[in-house]
Design a protein around this ligand. Structure first.
Ligand SMILES: [Zn+2]
Ligand SMILES: [Zn+2]
Ligand SMILES: [Zn+2]
Length: 358
């Protein structure tokens, strides 16, 4: 049991009801806190209430720069691909090569040149598919291409971080419904993986064990926040979740990255991604928007025994197909806050995940 500032090893305060009283929870991966205020779910809602516009997405869109055979902004034509397709982002935020440059004015104006690669991965030639609607074989092909790209990009000189992610839905700023994700590879660890890297390493030093392996043990005992699992992966609403229906997908075996994947891992990861995304679509009966991405070992040529492979799903929807959680006010200026507890969210998702008619 847990109480107070640490979620293990402290005395239980019998009178405190976590499902009713406001409290803070620590994210041990980042060191950030989240404020949980279960009492606020009773408050009246006078904000956005309109229903979601139905998505009429065609199987092929002649205007789409990702559909097979179409012309992109760069003037290049996509091949008539039939599976997955990877190309360099025509509006890349990072470019390979360039000069090394550093700027430091009194420790206050600090800048460094950054180089890298930005790629787009089309998951399917079909404009109207989502991960939730793909077959197992199609999803395995997506996991295979991610694995291949992580290895390829990660082995390049000067690429120390490979971040694979997907923004799904207009609400998350995805500019095109064509099923696709992105891969940004660069020289330095981005902020979130850098915070996690420090936490994994500190935990390993202090406990001679892995932060997420130990966390999964607790979740498996409690069963309160596990949504679904298979032989290789588990999906949980993390104890410290910020987004209403946030999910953390962790490998059950300790491994740092897709470089350690065998055929079973590819199969199981595709399976759990399908379970998670199709469960999400059942929450409000609409294709659920989210940002998801994989956090994996840095590709700096060092061993990273402390790192544990995982994926985060951050979906913004809160009360219905159109009512999203906003990170404003106290959350923007103070600490992120949530109303429904992670345990309630997990219970709801678990019920939907168990219902397998997809
Ligand atoms: Zn398309
Ligand atoms: Zn581990
Ligand atoms: Zn992470």
């Amino acid at each position: 049991m847990w109480a107070g500032d640490h979620f293990c090893g402290e005395r239980v305060v019998a009178s405190f009801e976590f499902e009713k009283q406001s409290h803070r929870r620590l994210n041990p991966l980042t060191g950030d806190w989240v404020l949980v205020s279960p009492g606020r779910t009773a408050r009246p809602w006078k904000g956005q209430t309109e229903t979601a516009a139905p998505e009429n997405v065609p199987a092929y869109d002649p205007q789409c720069y990702m559909c097979p055979g179409n012309k992109r902004a760069s003037g290049k034509h996509n091949p008539n691909y039939t599976g997955t397709f990877v190309f360099e982002n025509d509006y890349a935020a990072l470019q390979p090569g360039g000069e090394a440059h550093k700027e430091n004015v009194s420790g206050l104006l600090v800048a460094r040149a950054e180089q890298g690669n930005c790629r787009v991965v089309c998951f399917s030639p079909r404009h109207d598919l989502t991960l939730a609607k793909m077959s197992n074989a199609e999803l395995r092909a997506v996991v295979d291409v991610w694995t291949e790209q992580y290895q390829l990009l990660g082995s390049e000189n000067g690429i120390n971080s490979v971040l694979i992610f997907e923004n799904r839905g207009a609400m998350m700023g995805a500019s095109n419904p064509h099923p696709h994700g992105q891969i940004w590879a660069n020289a330095t660890l981005p902020n979130e993986p850098a915070k996690e890297q420090a936490s994994f390493a500190a935990y390993q030093r202090q406990h001679s064990s892995c932060l997420l392996c130990e966390y999964l043990k607790i979740e498996k005992e409690r069963k309160e926040r596990i949504v679904c699992e298979n032989d290789e992966f588990a999906a949980v609403v993390p104890f410290w979740a910020v987004w209403p229906f946030e999910i953390l997908v962790c490998s059950r075996r300790h491994m740092g990255s897709m470089n350690e994947f065998g055929a079973e891992d590819v199969r199981s990861l595709s399976e759990i991604l399908h379970r998670v995304t199709s469960t999400y679509d059942k929450v409000f009966g609409v294709p659920f928007p989210y940002s998801m991405g994989f956090h994996q070992s840095p590709t700096d040529g060092q061993d990273h025994p402390e790192w544990h492979f995982h994926a985060h799903f951050y979906p913004p929807l809160l009360r219905s197909a159109t009512i999203r959680k906003f990170m404003v006010g106290f959350e923007m200026l103070g600490t992120p806050q949530r109303d429904i507890t992670p345990e309630i969210a997990a219970e709801r998702l678990r019920g939907l995940a168990a219902n397998r008619e997809t």
